[in-house]
Design a protein around this ligand. Structure first.
Ligand code: SAM
Ligand code: SF4
Length: 341
């Protein structure tokens, strides 16, 4: 048995950090590239990483399997846009095998949806049951502006293809004070009408972009109060160990989530870590802590060395984040597209 044989994870102690939190959730960013340029996520002219800096598919698989062997039960593939990376379905199929053994409980993806018409079927076949699709507006012109050139019809067709393939789809919408604030009730109604859950996200100060974030920031506490002026929101005790809080909208029967990293502290129950596409392990989204697993791998590490490096990084997971929207500078310099949303 290798030290991280994912088939028998019971053989090893779980990943527990210095504050007693068990890490069971890995977000794996597989590329920094994307076919869109969302204004809150990327600069208009991004310099993407040279290929040699990005983990190969084999390296991504090796690290993911090491985490599964250490008790990670939920794996989310993200980016950049995961579905623009060549060979992505092969990686997902490989990881999907750990669902069959029970070592992994859930394999999911966050995608912008532009390629879903093509890939929804293969994703479902590989064992993916649920995906998140990012969609901030249904208005074609506003979508084009927010994504710097995207076509909303393609995303909607992608969502339909995913539902047709049997995937459960949750919509993620970033709440933007001046762009989609007024449309959000309509977007929620649209999603619920199609059997889709929807989660609203506050903008987070990650990476340098052109727009003024203080100006884009829309408090979800305020928005929730507004929604409650015409809807009944019933709290539901669903927790994913992350910053999302969920309600049911009585009038639509659908589920609505709020991700409020800036106005709430969700760190005590945090169960997740993130790996960038360059192999840097961030144990906290809002801190600069980092462990270079690519260097470990490329130095010819054994499986035991890799497990040691992961344990060391998790042990030092910071207690909490440090976001403040009012700061002119981003809290951390890396973009969400690099870290993985
Ligand atoms: N390309 C895929 C997508 O858009 O779903 C996956 C990666 S994207 C970085 C993941 C999520 O992060 C998206 O839902 C996106 O809206 C969100 N996001 C990006 N930049 C953000 C920011 N500065 N604040 C809050 N959410 C952000
Ligand atoms: Fe691309 Fe997703 Fe970032 Fe938009 S949010 S630019 S789709 S990575």
């Amino acid at each position: 048995m290798t030290p991280y044989d994912a088939a028998s994870p019971q053989a090893r102690p779980p990943l527990i950090d210095g504050f007693g939190r068990t890490v069971t959730y890995l977000r794996l960013s597989v590329t920094d590239r994307c076919d869109l340029r969302c204004v809150y996520c990327m600069a208009e002219h991004m310099t993407f990483l040279p290929k040699a800096e990005v983990l190969t598919l084999e390296e991504l698989d090796r690290i993911a399997v090491a985490f599964i062997g250490l008790g990670v039960k939920k794996l989310r593939i993200t980016g950049g846009e995961p579905l623009v990376r060549k060979g992505m379905i092969g990686l997902i199929e490989g990881l999907g095998r750990h669902l069959a053994t029970g070592a992994l409980e859930e394999l999911t993806m966050t995608t912008n949806g532009t390629q879903l018409e093509k890939f929804a079927g293969p994703l479902a076949q590989a064992g993916v049951k649920r995906i998140n699709v990012s969609l901030d507006t249904l208005k074609p012109a506003l979508f084009r502006t927010l994504t710097r050139g995207g076509d909303v019809a393609k995303v909607i067709a992608g969502i339909e293809a995913a539902q047709g393939a049997g995937l459960r789809v949750k919509i993620n919408a970033v709440a933007l004070a001046h762009d989609n604030a007024e449309e959000l009730p309509e977007l929620i109604r649209w999603a619920h009408g199609r059997g889709l859950d929807i989660t609203l996200i506050e903008t987070m100060p990650l990476g340098e972009i052109e727009a003024d974030r203080t100006d884009q920031y829309l408090s979800l506490t305020k928005l929730r109060a507004e929604l409650e002026s015409f809807w009944t929101l019933i709290d539901i005790p669903l927790t994913t160990g992350g910053p999302a809080r969920y309600v049911e909208v009585a009038e639509t029967g659908g589920r609505l989530g709020f991700i409020t990293p800036l106005s709430h502290n969700f760190c005590e129950a945090c169960n997740r870590v993130r790996l960038t596409c360059t192999g840097t392990l961030h144990t906290c989204l809002g801190q600069e802590d980092a462990a270079d697993l690519r260097a470990v791998l490329r130095a010819g590490a054994s499986d035991a060395d890799l497990v040691d490096a992961i344990r060391l990084a998790v042990d030092a997971k910071p207690k909490g984040h440090d976001f403040h929207i009012e700061r002119a500078k981003p809290a951390v310099a890396r973009h969400m597209s690099t870290t993985g949303g």
